[in-house]
Design a protein around this ligand. Sequence first.
Ligand SMILES: *Cc1c(COP(=O)(O)O)cnc(C)c1O
Length: 472
Amino acid sequence: MSTDRSSGRPAADVLADLASWRAGDPPTHGGRILSYVYDPGRADLDDVAADAVRMYMPVNGLDPTTFASVAELESRIVAFARDVLHGDEQTVGSVTSGGTESCMLAVKSARDLWRATHDPTDRPTLVLPTTAHPAFHKAAHYLDLDVVAVPVDPRTGAPSAADVLARVDERTALVVVSAPSYPFGVIDPVAEVAAAAGVPVHVDACIGGWVLPWWGGIDQPWDLAVPGVTSVSADLHKFGYAPKGASVVLYRTRAQHRAQYFATTAWPGYPVVNPTMLGSRGVGSMAAAWAVLQVLGTDGLRDLVGETRQATDALAVAVSQIAGLRVVGNPTGPLVAIATDDAADPADQVDPFLLIDAVRRRGFLLQAQPAMTQGDGSVLPRTAHVTVTPVTRRVVGELVAALTAAAAEVRGLPAAAPDPSLASTVLSDGLPDDLAVVMATLEALPPEVVQPLLVEVLAATVDPARTAPSGR
Ligand SMILES: *Cc1c(COP(=O)(O)O)cnc(C)c1O
């Protein structure tokens, strides 16, 4: 429209704009945000990652035969992951842009191998517990598979292996289990499922892959050490402390890895070989991931996991001592889901959504997880999700104090309830600060109403119409 973008601006001014926008974000360091960000609490790791990103900024990972350094990096990261996750000489894989891409590629590989041995006009299925990450629903959506969702036990948050296995049949291209699952932080019965599935089994260790190996006290193997596990995903941009944009997917066999690729010569340009979803590929996060792993070594990773575990244990004990709250199940790893203690007297109960708003006013961001009715009619509770990171240890006392005070503030109040008029006010005014009613409304509305509404609210946030008329 009338915005004048013709003259360039001094870099310092431009950077000042970026800095002012960033200043409006919640702090990504220091343990205030208990999801999304993974802070090792080590400035030296941030520095080496930033230097690596800068060095690799201009490189295109599209062609590792031109940029041989990309192949060097990628093969080294895959080898590191393979050793950590108990693969062998047959184990190969790729570095991807993130967990979603790793999961989607594992599904793509499994789907293509399934098609090779089945009537390709049949539709394959993906069998997964309800707690599996939505990346698999996205994979099914993009890649045309049907999802078969298996209910988990609402008390433990885990599926029974028998229930998962009961849904496996001729159409099953892949079974997915998690180590651990994001919503409740529990490790699914990997070994029992993999022993009897008779079809490929993916372990989604996107969040656990770089932390469970050093957690301690895990008596059941959950990675490629388990016979029958055919692929694993593990995000470097979570507990590998890399900047966003790095994950690994590993396959038991080279044939599975090859089935992940796309190649074509059906155009007059260069011969195309894409291992992942992307064409041109940024390599900065990959370089940073490798650099951070090298600086840490497995000893350094173990130390950071130790700090994370101390903070997690302290948090879980504290939550279980706050009247009206409970930790869901018996999580293994750095994720904790906080639910209402429904055994408590109603006057003592604490609603997680009200808790989240009250904790936010005290400087910590927890993540709201709505209740969900499963296929068998059982209901998974509304919870507050916490991802603990190494830096949490430094603030865990403050966090527990905030939780305790917030719980006291909202204890006995009626749980946040849906507001049918909210959909229209959110569309016109955007999201309010207090999200309890928003989340309760999302929880209550049927998916066919909620899903387009979520799309609209989020799409509106990036609509050019919201930029100030003078903005450029
Ligand atoms: C984070 C996560 C994913 C997806 O990863 P993104 O990096 O967010 O794309 C998949 N599975 C689990 C269990 C996760 O925690």
